[in-house]
Design a protein around this ligand. Sequence first.
Ligand code: ADP
Ligand code: G6P
Length: 468
Amino acid sequence: MSRLVVISNRVPVPDKKKAAPAGGLAVALRAALSERGGIWLGWSGNSSGDENPGDLSILEDGNITYALTDLTDRDVEEYYHGFANRVLWPICHYRLDLADYGRKEMTGYFRVNRFFAERLVPMLKPDDTIWVHDYHLIPLASELRQMGVKNRIGFFLHIPLPPADVLFAMPVHEEIIRALAHYDLVGFQTDHDLANFVGALEREGIGRSLGNGRLASFERRFRGGHYPIGIETAAFAGFAERAAHNSMVRRARDSMADRPLIIGVDRLDYSKGLTQRIDAYERFILENPRHQGNVTYLQVTPKSRSEVPEYEAMQRTVAEQAGRVNGALGTVDWVPIRYMNRSVARPVLAGLYRLARVGLVTPMRDGMNLVAKEYVAAQDGENPGVLVLSRFAGAAREMSGALLVNPYDIEGTANAIARAIDMPLDERKARWRQMMDHLLEHDVTRWCDDFLRDLTEEEQAGDHPEPV
Ligand code: ADP
Ligand code: G6P
């Protein structure tokens, strides 16, 4: 087996003093890599100010070698806050209204991708398998190819890929698609995302499907596939079983005194549908007064990307909204919404999920949504809770036992919450079993194996994607 070299912008830098960063990519990749081992190159999360970032910092943790680079202030501003998080993120989440395109940011994005390629090349061996992750690094393969790298290079997009009409609103969409054609394999979360990609290729005649996952675009041949990401199902279920002894989980349980808990766990991001979710919960309480003073909603939401104006504005909006609902509905001995802007350790998170009768996962758009899967994995099979899940999360394509909702439909979501709270035990068990069996079979190791098998298999078939 060749050595695996992973590159992503965000890396969960091993630090015993800090909780791991929230975010699906870091959580899933660490789980996948800890078994297989390899090199993981990415951003340290630090800025070098105006100075050129110095040497890479190398950290060994188990069988993973982390190679971390600082970025300059300008890089962080243009590449990360600017193009990645104010152009690609909103557009891929169907939020054209929030996209703020600028040439300076776009140039910075390509410049920093070149910089990552320059940092990577000296570390590479000829038979390494290179796996690039997420929207920050789409142009990396084309930069590596220009530097003469001939290795197999795969790319996985953790976020949605929207249809052509949305994608093409981005002025540089053609460069982005051209960059993807430099990979050997491009992976998406769902068949919808893959179909959107093929649709985008075909719409302007810049590429086509050759069948069987084979694609041609910009005079290159490569492959596309869908690989729904999973979680460490068995390990997470183990955390949840043992969590009853954790003091934070015990405090939460004691404070509930057997009353039902609804849980939401998300980075503070506009794609997560937090304002609509709070509206739906408020409506559920108003329409089901017997639950006033009974049901509590706990929302655990670490702040995210706070330097980006849209995120900063959202932090205020959600905090005000939670405060307003608590003011309007709360009583001397009951707070309707417990709102926390904090990351918690994974075993604690698992324990909190297990306490909750309802997992409320209602993004307006999400590539996969690992929280939905974690909530299911953490349940007690003898008395499981109910997952209420947005139909616009990639996870909805797999979680057949969830109550699916349209998060734009506040009344519909409120009704689903009511149904979940009152669902009989037999139905809860049957729905949970279906989902848990799926999660056990399709865990993060399987996701990693499936992708890497397809990335390396082609090589054996002697079908190296060269210019046609
Ligand atoms: P995204 O990748 O957009 O953040 P996902 O639901 O796919 O959304 O992944 C989020 C990951 O971050 C999950 O693994 C989840 O457990 C973790 N996470 C989210 N919020 C918290 C939190 N408050 N504390 C700890 N981990 C969190
Ligand atoms: C999503 C993205 C990841 C990103 C994470 C957290 O999961 O797909 O690439 O790492 O959000 O966002 P951040 O900007 O903090 O890395």
